[in-house]
Design a binder for this molecule. Structure first.
Ligand SMILES: Cc1cc2nc3c(=O)[nH]c(=O)nc-3n(C[C@H](O)[C@H](O)[C@H](O)COP(=O)(O)O)c2cc1C
Length: 359
């Protein structure tokens, strides 16, 4: 089933393999270059079923924390994205833009608004470290509006959908996490309230785009600030974390793990994506070291190709619906074809050099 077509809403995918969102820092001024166009087009041509773009900073004054990340808030940037989407569509590919707010990873002095500090739920960037701006309700409203209007831009550009980046300790995850969210208003106090920012973003996007436009959410237990952190310690808690965003109109969930074969909760062997699908019934993507023999922990560590028998059998057993592949697809744009043909020996292994080139 992994290599067979799959449909999310009205969008037909050639197979159930997604390219994981990966920041490349190669879009000066927020504008995707011709090299970025070719990079994505190459993977659509090589039969990647769904391309999820690198994180695209939403059009909010505090969204940025890294250099040369693409944006949507200028015509030049949107025209760049039109060329990216055009290249992918030439090969009948599907493409979703990941919308990203970096939250507490931003520091004073960073472009494009050096005077603007990082924004978080309660000023915390990790438990005990209060160096960011605690967001007011106006800040939250501005942020929600930015996600909604950028999603509309994405629909006009021709993307098949958007993925809200709610993972890895960035803004939305900072609200999800009890270690960093001490708010006492609508957006904090209980698991359900900590999920309200994500839910309100989904709601605002949904009301700004047409019904066929896909809206997904990526979330994770792990955070860059703490690999062992957990939003939920049981399936009952997990349901509380994701129920409101799901009810607000999500079309899929993307459960981000570092090692997709690991069990999520005590007493069961199943991973986070399995539980996400079981609890919500929504199409679910599983990610984390698929097709590689080394974990997603140190990006500069080399990783060799390995078989994907477990992903194939999990998908056949309907444990989740798709896998996303990150580093392996950075190293070898023909990874899908080579895997399908069983040519594992031909796959180019991942090394840190893949991080520096855009091919
Ligand atoms: C260079 C690089 C950049 C990444 N940038 C993003 C990003 O922009 N958004 C995101 O959600 N995850 C990002 N990730 C995480 C990947 O999407 C993925 O979850 C992770 O690499 C694990 O998958 P893998 O083991 O197949 O590489 C990035 C990973 C890498 C290696």
């Amino acid at each position: 089933m992994l290599f067979e077509p799959y449909k999310i809403k009205n969008t037909l995918l050639k197979n159930r393999i997604a390219m994981a969102p990966m920041t490349r820092n190669q879009s000066p001024g927020g504008i995707p270059t011709n090299d970025v166009v070719s990079y994505y087009k190459r993977r659509a041509e090589a039969e990647v079923g769904l391309i999820i773009t690198e994180g695209v900073e939403v059009s909010h004054k505090a969204s940025s924390a890294y250099p040369n990340v693409p944006r949507l808030d200028s015509k030049k940037a949107r025209d760049g994205w039109k060329r990216v989407v055009g290249g992918i569509k030439e090969h009948d590919g599907a493409v979703i833009a990941q919308l990203w707010h970096c939250g507490g990873f931003r520091k004073l002095g960073m472009a494009p608004n050096p005077e603007v500090p990082g924004h978080t739920a309660s000023g915390l960037v990790r438990p005990g470290k209060r160096v960011a701006h605690a967001m007011s309700s106006d800040d939250i409203k501005e942020t929600i509006d930015a996600f909604a209007s950028d999603a509309k831009y994405c629909e006009e550009i021709g993307f098949d959908g958007v993925e809200i980046h709610g993972a890895h300790g960035y803004l939305i995850d900072n609200f999800f996490w009890n270690g960093t969210n001490e708010r006492k208003d609508l957006y904090g106090g209980s698991i359900e309230k900590r999920s309200q920012l994500a839910a309100n973003i989904v709601k605002a996007i949904r009301s700004n785009v047409s019904d066929n436009f896909i809206v997904g959410l990526r979330f994770s237990q792990w955070k860059q600030q703490d690999y062992e952190a957990k939003l939920a310690t049981s399936s009952e808690e997990l349901l509380k974390v994701i129920k409101q965003p799901v009810d607000a109109g999500l079309d899929y969930l993307h459960s981000s793990m570092r090692r997709f074969w690991e069990s999520e909760f005590k007493g069961s062997d199943e991973n986070l994506a399995f539980w996400t699908k079981k609890l919500t019934g929504l199409p679910t993507i599983s990610v984390g070291s698929v097709g590689l023999d080394s974990d997603f922990i140190d990006m500069s560590a080399p990783a060799s190709p390995r078989n994907i028998d477990k992903a194939i059998s999990d998908i056949s057993n309907k444990k989740y619906d798709m896998v996303a592949v990150g580093r392996a697809l950075l190293a070898d744009h023909e990874w899908v074809i080579k895997m399908r043909e069983g040519r594992i020996k031909d796959i180019i292994p991942y090394t840190k050099e893949a991080l520096y080139k855009l091919y």
